[in-house]
Each structure stands twice: as structure tokens, then as C-alpha cells.
Design a protein around this ligand. Structure first.
Ligand code: SF4
Length: 687
């Protein structure tokens, strides 16, 4: 059989894959040499995808409680309980919590059902935990959520700055592309990260800044550029709105010495970075979870964008701020309004937006204001305000901060539906109804990667058992709730066409309307659709998506570092391992991936460990006000003193210890609602 062109199940790099079924459930995996994201390369996770498509642990039939049910019975029950809850308590008493693992078509149908027919915006996604601060930052600066960069910019940059990103592990193919650019044209690399990670090994400079001091660092860079006469005044005058008093405020406390003290980095190293940036017009600044997963995430995003706008390093080849997303379809979810704070097609909740989208959908009851964001949604559930929830393709009982509280909320919720590929997940244990969803290799639709490239994800294997695609499950519930015509889809291509039409419906200012060219695509052309990028080269013409066409500089102040708490004197940072993904429901199936890190480690600087009597390789208790868990200790000089690092992946299902999800506090950024996973007061003690 010929190889099928599809895309990887994991990160937002969005690599193309050639998948060849070789009999039974076996699939041979190769990188797709024609895909623009990876040109044939794959990292370890993508390479071993074929080891994860077996049926071990799969949910293969609808389940009501612990009893197998047929689809009609399960769907009827879900529709009835949602209908009854809405009738009794109103539309805001129900919620969907969805995922960047969904395909764009799945996301579209879920969003339409909640926002256009149920009449609430209580649909949020686990992408809230990943990149919603980037969304809020883009909207503040550009007037639309547009990533103004392409992977091609990495090939054309002379300097790449990685901020808050262990790219070598978390976006390996992007890292390989950076390494290729270094080899080909000597591109300089600066890494800004509190930890000395594998990504720093090839860097020209690593700045191990104090966690949460990124605004000071970027404000200092901007002040340096201004002092050196390197602000692009002509670009600012024509294309950027600068708030009154912006420069006066910036020059206060942003001399080199003050910034070095705030960021706790050597002044000479800071000076080196500032001079390198100032001297290099072709600079791309990539940022990821170290920036986004902070209670100041949106300000940190805008601090980076400010520097690029003020120096004209945007809209030109090799010059851009570049948010790299964690999940395979975080971007597709953003396009169709999978976040509680957006509507659809990059529109907000303005009166005109609500009216336009409502008219397009022939909506029965439109949501008119933003809904509950992830952390607030589960808090509302714990308080009894959410009485029915449908969780799709995600595991919030592990992945949300203060996961113990999330479990209590799920246990108290009168009706919990979980659609998943896995039978026994930490969240599924709270479900009244479990619905078997199609997994990677069985689904058919589209995804959008970090640089706005839309690719088809195609089915390679038949649907196992009674598993069904998410879009089918959602539309069947919608039809049973009474909306048969609006949810009459028979195939993903119909949903794609509707989504593409909506992007251009009375939406003339938006870059996303590029998709309208695909609105008339036939079924066969959709099946054969090659990867394409929407938005072209954003802002190359200097026009932004604001009413006056100008971008905005945002006045930002570095908030003071929190004093250490007596009982929780250290700071916990969290992140990924190279060969695992989220809560390991898929990567945990691959023995070869498991070899990289067999158990979760807490990394601690040897000096801290010595002071606390914590031996390398022994067990230690890591505790925060939210919870505690045991980890094996790894001494690491890559850690700053006073800081710990633990991985996010392990759950109840794999381990009694290593439960990072129990530890972070449920505090969020005020603009984006993204939780601040990276800085939790913590203590550690030997056991
Ligand atoms: Fe998959 Fe990301 Fe690895 Fe590419 S870099 S193969 S998308 S996990």
C-alpha cells in the first residue's frame, strides 16, 4: 500500500509524516520530505509513533458508568442530561473542556454547539495552559491573534533568541533547523532560561535569569536600543501607536546594572546580549512555555513584541517575534474559537461580532460574553455552578494546576462526560459516560502548526471497536438536543467548508480570511489538500489588524519578585522530557521512548542539596501548599540555586510518586487566564 501523507500526533512543529499500514495495526513511519515543517526529519517521538497505535488500554465501546452501552443509549443520555441541566439552571451551568489534540473540524463543531446553540461560551481548551498568553499578547499588540513568523525565517535570521524554551527537547525539529542555519550561515544563538538545558549546549550565550524577570530584561533591551539610537523612528511613526510617556517610563530603572540586578545575571553577559541584538537586524525571538506559563505571561509576551516593533524587526525576512505552540492543533483551535475568550474566526464578543457569527450560524441562542477559562471553569465546578461537563481528549485531573482540587470538583459534578481514546484515565474515573473517540491514525481532518501551516491529518487505520471521530460524536449529541439541520454534517470536508466561509463572513480586516479561498473546495480536493500557510508574510506591508492599522507598544512594568515564604523557601519550575508527551497516554505505550527517562526526577542544585542533606539518587518529598509527592533526586548544576525542576508527565496510572500536577498553585495571568506553572513556592526534604 502507498504511504499516506499525514502529520505527527504531538507538538506544534506539525511535522509531516508518511505512514504506511503494513498489516493489522502495524504502521511504518517516515518523515515526509515534501512537508514544509520538517522536510523529512522526525524527532524520537514522531519516529516511534508506530509503537503507539495498538489497542492496549483503548476505550472501544461507549460506557455508562462501568457498563457497556450502545451508541444510541449513550448519546441520548448525554443529550438528555445537558438539555435538562440547561432548562433547569441555564446555559452557563454546563461546560465543555476540550483539547489541542482535537482536529480543527472537531473543534469547530464543539464551539458552534456551545456558543451558537447552547448559548454559553463555557468552552475552554487545554491550550489555555499552553499559549493563551501569546494569544492575548498578539491581540493587544496587533489587533488579531497572528503569529508574525514562519519557519523559513529561521533559515534567514542572523540571530535567534530562545526565551523560556527547551527547544532541543520540546520542539526538536525546530531546534534541528536552527542548528542547520548555524552550520550554513553562522546564525548566532542566545538562550534565555533559568535552567541550563540541553538547548544551551550549542548556544553562543546563555542568560540564566531569575524566573519571572523577563519584562525587566526586555525593557532593558529596549532602553539600550533607544540609548544607542537603534529604535526605528520612521517605522514607529508610520506603523506603531506609542502611548504617551512610554519612553520616559522605560528609562526609569532600566540601566544595565539595575536590570542585571533584577534579573540576577552578570552585567557583562547582559551587555553582550544587548549588543548582539542591537547589531543584528535579522533577529527572530522564539518564545514558549517559560514566557506563557506565568502569572505575568501576557506582559512578558508584549515585552518581547515591543522590542521587535520598536526596532522594526517584524514583517521582514528573518525578523520576528515567534510564539511556538505546544500542541499539534493549538493554532487550529484558536482559529475556530476553541477558547472561552474568543468567538470564532479570530472574532471577539463585540456586538457586531456576535451578530455576524450568530447570523452565519443561524444560531438559536448566541453566547454574548466570554465564558469561564480553564482554571475558573473547574473552580466554578467545585463551587457547584457547573453541573454538567464534557471533557474531550484531555486529562485535567492531572494537567491542571492544583489537580487535587480539580479531582474534587469532578467528583462533585452531577454529570461528567469524557470522550477519549483511553479507557482508564485519571479524568475518566470521574465520568458518568465515557465515549470512545478516534485516535491519531484513525482521524481525518486538518491541523494548524505554529507557523500557520494547515495540513491534513489523514486516517491510516480503520476505526477500532465502536470508536468514532469527535466531530461525529458532538454533532450526534447536538442533533439529539434538537438542532438537526445546523449539525447535519456527514464528513469533515463539509465542516471545513463552513469554517472557511465563516472566516471571511463580514470579517474583512482579518488575516485569517485567507481561508475563504478554500471555502468552495470539493470533497476530493479536500482529501488531496496539500499543506498551505494562511496569512502569507503578516505585516510585511506595515498594516496591522487594528482599526487604525497600527500596532501598539504596551507600557509594561516589571513586578517585584515575591519574597520567599518561610515554609516554602524554594521555587518550583515544571516542564517536559524529550521523549514523553503530556500525561503519557500515548508515549507511555512505547518501550523505546520510556528508556530516555524511566522515572520522574526532581532536579536540584548540588549546593542546595548539600545544605538540605538530600543525596543524589535518593527519594525526596517535594511539597507546596497545594500538595506533595515523592521524586527521585537528581543533582544538577544546570539548576539555579533555590530552584527545583520536575516533569509534568507522570500520573496515578503510572506511578505513586512524581505527581507534579498536584503541586502548582492555581494562579493565572489576569489577561489570558493562563496558569503560572513555572513559579510555585515549594520545599523539599529527604525521606
Ligand atoms: Fe512530532 Fe514535534 Fe517531533 Fe515533529 S518535532 S516529529 S511534530 S513531536
Amino acid at each position: 500500500m502507498d504511504a499516506i501523507h499525514t502529520t505527527c500526533a504531538y507538538c506544534g512543529v506539525g511535522c509531516g509524516i508518511l505512514a504506511t499500514p503494513t498489516g493489522g495495526r502495524a504502521v511504518e513511519i517516515k518523515g515526509d520530505p515534501d512537508h514544509p515543517a520538517n522536510a523529512g526529519r522526525l524527532c524520537s517521538k514522531g519516529t516511534h509513533l508506530g509503537e503507539t497505535v495498538g489497542l492496549e488500554g483503548r476505550l472501544l465501546h461507549p460506557m455508562i458508568g462501568n457498563r457497556r452501552a450502545n451508541w444510541d443509549k449513550a448519546l441520548d443520555l448525554v443529550a438528555k442530561r445537558f438539555r435538562e441541566t440547561i432548562a433547569r439552571h441555564g446555559p452557563d451551568s454546563v461546560a465543555f473542556y476540550v483539547s489541542g489534540q482535537l482536529l480543527t473540524e472537531d473543534y469547530y463543531v464543539a464551539n458552534k454547539l456551545m456558543k451558537g446553540f447552547i448559548g454559553s461560551a463555557n468552552i475552554d481548551t487545554n491550550s489555555r495552559l499552553c499559549m493563551s498568553s501569546a494569544v492575548a499578547g498578539h491581540q493587544r499588540a496587533f489587533g488579531e491573534d497572528v503569529v508574525p513568523a514562519s519557519y523559513d525565517d529561521l533559515d534567514e535570521a542572523d540571530l535567534i533568541v530562545l526565551v523560556g524554551s527547551n527547544t532541543a527537547w520540546c520542539h526538536p525539529i525546530v531546534y534541528q533547523r536552527i542548528m542547520a542555519a548555524r552550520a550554513a550561515r553562522g546564525t548566532k544563538l542566545v538562550v534565555i532560561d533559568p535552567r541550563r538545558t540541553e538547548t544551551c549546549e550549542e548556544a553562543d550565550l546563555h542568560l540564566p535569569l531569575r524566573p519571572g524577570s523577563d519584562v525587566a530584561l526586555m525593557n532593558g533591551l529596549l532602553a539600550h536600543c533607544r540609548r544607542e539610537g537603534l529604535v526605528d523612528e520612521a517605522y514607529l511613526a508610520d506603523h506603531v501607536d506609542v502611548p504617551a510617556g512610554f519612553w520616559n517610563a522605560l528609562h526609569t530603572d532600566h540601566d544595565l546594572w539595575s536590570v542585571a540586578r533584577t534579573c540576577d545575571v552578570p552585567p557583562a553577559e547582559l551587555q553582550r546580549f544587548y549588543e548582539l541584538f542591537a547589531a543584528t537586524p535579522r533577529t527572530v525571538t522564539l518564545f514558549s512555555q517559560g514566557i506563557n506559563q506565568s502569572i505575568r505571561g501576557t506582559d512578558q509576551v508584549n515585552a518581547i513584541i515591543n522590542v521587535h516593533l520598536a526596532t522594526g524587526r517584524i514583517g521582514k525576512p528573518g525578523a520576528a517575534p515567534f510564539s511556538i505552540t505546544g500542541q499539534p492543533n493549538a493554532m487550529g483551535g484558536r482559529e475556530v474559537g476553541g477558547l472561552a475568550s474568543t468567538l470564532a474566526a479570530h472574532r471577539g464578543f463585540g456586538e457586531q461580532d456576535v451578530a455576524d457569527v450568530g447570523r452565519f450560524w443561524a444560531a438559536e441562542r448566541m453566547a454574548t460574553r466570554p465564558g469561564l477559562k480553564a482554571v475558573d471553569l473547574f473552580r466554578a465546578m467545585g463551587e457547584g455552578r457547573i453541573k454538567a461537563v464534557w471533557v474531550m481528549a484531555t486529562n485535567p485531573a492531572v494537567s491542571l494546576p492544583d489537580a487535587g482540587r480539580v479531582r474534587e470538583a469532578l467528583a462533585a459534578c452531577p454529570f461528567v462526560v469524557v470522550s477519549d481514546v483511553i479507557a482508564d484515565t485519571d479524568t475518566g474515573r470521574f465520568a458518568h459516560v465515557r465515549l470512545p473517540a478516534a485516535g491519531w491514525g484513525e482521524k481525518d481532518g486538518t491541523v494548524t502548526n505554529s507557523d500557520r501551516t494547515v495540513s491534513r491529518q489523514r486516517a491510516v487505520l480503520p476505526l477500532p471497536g465502536e470508536a468514532r471521530p469527535d466531530w461525529w460524536i458532538i454533532k450526534e449529541v447536538a442533533r439529539r438536543m434538537g438542532w438537526r439541520t445546523a449539525f447535519g454534517y456527514d464528513r469533515p470536508a463539509e465542516i471545513w467548508r463552513e469554517h472557511a466561509r465563516l472566516t471571511a463572513y463580514r470579517n474583512d480586516g482579518a488575516r485569517l480570511l485567507d481561508l475563504r479561498d478554500r471555502a468552495a473546495i470539493g470533497n476530493e480536493a479536500y482529501d488531496a489538500m496539500a499543506p498551505f500557510q494562511w496569512g502569507g508574510a503578516p505585516f510585511a506591508d506595515g498594516r496591522f489588524s487594528t482599526p487604525d492599522g497600527k500596532a501598539r507598544l504596551i507600557d509594561l512594568t516589571q513586578r517585584q519578585a515575591e519574597d520567599p515564604l518561610a515554609d516554602w523557601p524554594m521555587t518550583l519550575n515544571t516542564g517536559r522530557y524529550r521523549d514523553q508527551w503530556h500525561t503519557m497516554t500515548r508515549t507511555g505505550l512505547s518501550p523505546r521512548l520510556a528508556r530516555h527517562r524511566e522515572e520522574p526526577l526532581v532536579e536540584i542544585h548540588p549546593d542546595d542539596a548539600a545544605a538540605l542533606g538530600i543525596a543524589d539518587g535518593k527519594l525526596a518529598r517535594v511539597a507546596t501548599p497545594q500538595g506533595e509527592s515523592l521524586f527521585r533526586v537528581a543533582h544538577s548544576t544546570g539548576q539555579r540555586r533555590g530552584e527545583l525542576f520536575t516533569p509534568i508527565h507522570w500520573t496515578d496510572r503510572q506511578s505513586t510518586g512524581g505527581r507534579t500536577g498536584l503541586l502548582p498553585r492555581p494562579l493565572v495571568d489576569p489577561h489570558s487566564g493562563q496558569p503560572g506553572f513555572k513559579m510555585t513556592p515549594v520545599r523539599i526534604e529527604a525521606v
